[in-house]
Design a protein around this ligand. Structure first.
Ligand code: NAD
Ligand code: TYD
Length: 380
């Protein structure tokens, strides 16, 4: 692959996107990194303050649905790679407003593919040296059964720094060849966008890659998602709304490990392949919530566990998927990636970050940054 590249990273002002932008800007000074983001409620340029003045970085406020705008940007900047993260990403919002999810995740991805196709096919070398890398989710595979509610040690388990194994709650995992069975409007829209990306490879020969990752956690995640929402609520001693019985299982990966996987796959992944990304780290929601309470209490100098009574069981999420568990052995074997952080360290780091960055949290929960951007970019 060339030493100099010009990449568009869509959704770079969001949670995962900001970590990907930071990694690429720091690691590849010879690349030009264009962060293309609409700045919805979930996009926040404060996530990128530390790199915003770098010479190899440019921010463009744009909607991925703006075909003409994206095409012109690709032509002007001679873009040869796209890493596509922009999306509506919250399941609960998708239940309330599925149209926005279809618009952004499906039509937006299609529009981006069409713009890339139009530009790259206009070049003499066409698709040579180009990449369209689409970031997707494990939720497209649907839900796995919980055949071992007490947990088992199947072939794939991770060992925590305490020496204990993390258990799996069933013997089945999401593998790359599994049939798509999305249940929520969010995962249905992501599944549809994955199909469009593969169709552009199969029909037009576009060099595409798709990856499906498990739940991410870490700094800069919008506090509508479980981990940052609950850390903030524990801090302020607000109720913790646990959906159903808190028995649902998610497979958690530290966001910087996802960003590192994206880097490896973008550069070394095989065209037209799918890679699942995850750290074999399954947790029942209620167990994570207890870890969060203990950690926040300890770091704030409260008695550990003193805030357990904030746990409030509420009506379950409609269509709530029971268990997600990623089998990432293909990625680990073929490209040598593996997670760098154990969950205990990752959670400790994450809780500390949110407690140390209360101003960031106050800003995103007040929505003030949104008004600021709307004013700043008015008419542009
Ligand atoms: P996020 O909601 O934090 O960020 C999404 C970003 O996309 C925001 O900056 C937003 O402004 C931008 N955006 C939204 N609509 C846009 C549009 N029409 N045009 C341009 N920009 C737009 O999301 P995230 O959690 O960082 O997820 C990023 C990607 O990773 C998504 O595609 C998501 O499906 C996928 N993913 C997320 C997770 C997770 O645990 N968060 C796990 C696996 C995969
Ligand atoms: P979330 O962070 O929304 O991610 P996803 O739905 O994409 O997995 O939720 C993680 C888990 O936590 C999921 O099983 C739903 C549950 N949950 C709650 O119990 N209460 C909450 O307030 C939220 C936001 C999530």
């Amino acid at each position: 692959m060339q030493n100099k590249r010009t990449l568009i990273i869509t959704g770079g002002a969001g949670f995962i996107g900001s970590h990907v932008v930071r990694l690429f800007v720091n690691k590849y000074p010879d690349y030009r990194i264009i962060n293309l983001d609409k700045l919805t409620y979930a996009g926040n340029l404060a996530n990128l303050r530390d790199i915003e003045d770098r010479p190899n970085y440019r921010f463009v406020r744009m909607d991925i649905c703006d075909f003409e705008g994206v095409l012109k940007l690709m032509q002007d900047e001679h873009v040869d790679g796209i890493i596509h993260l922009a999306a509506e990403s919250h399941v609960d919002r998708s239940i309330k407003d599925p149209f926005t999810f279809a618009q952004t995740n499906v039509m937006g991805t299609l529009s981006l593919l069409q713009a890339a196709k139009a530009y790259w096919e206009s070049l003499p070398e066409k698709y040579e040296g180009k990449r369209f890398y689409h970031i997707s989710t494990d939720e497209v595979y649907g839900a796995l059964e919980m055949t071992h509610p007490e947990g088992i040690e199947p072939p794939f388990t991770t060992k925590a720094s305490s020496g204990e194994h993390h258990l799996a709650y069933g013997e089945k995992f999401f593998t790359e060849d599994l049939k798509y069975q999305p249940h929520s409007p969010y995962s249905a829209a992501k599944a549809s966008s994955d199909h469009f990306v593969r169709a552009f490879h199969d029909t037009f020969g576009m060099p595409t890659i798709v990856t499906n990752c498990s739940n991410n956690y870490g700094p800069y995640q919008f506090p509508e998602k479980l981990i940052p929402l609950f850390i903030n609520n524990i801090r302020h001693r607000k109720p913790l709304p646990v959906y159903g019985k808190g028995e649902n299982v998610r497979d958690w990966l530290y966001v910087e490990d996802h960003a590192r996987a994206i880097d490896v796959i973008f550069h070394e992944g095989k065209i037209a392949e799918t890679y699942n990304i995850g750290g074999f780290n399954e947790w029942k929601n209620i167990d994570i919530i207890k870890v969060l309470i203990n950690t926040v209490d300890r770091l704030l100098g409260r008695a550990e566990g003193e805030d357990m009574d904030l746990i409030t069981y509420v009506t379950d999420r409609a269509g709530h998927d029971l268990r997600y568990a990623i089998d990432s052995s293909k990625l680990q074997k073929e490209l040598g990636w593996e997670p760098s952080l154990q969950f205990e360290e990752g959670i400790e780091k994450t809780v500390r970050w949110y407690l140390d960055n209360q101003a960031w949290m106050d800003n995103v929960t007040s929505g003030d940054y949104q008004k600021y951007y709307d004013e700043m970019y008015k008419g542009r």
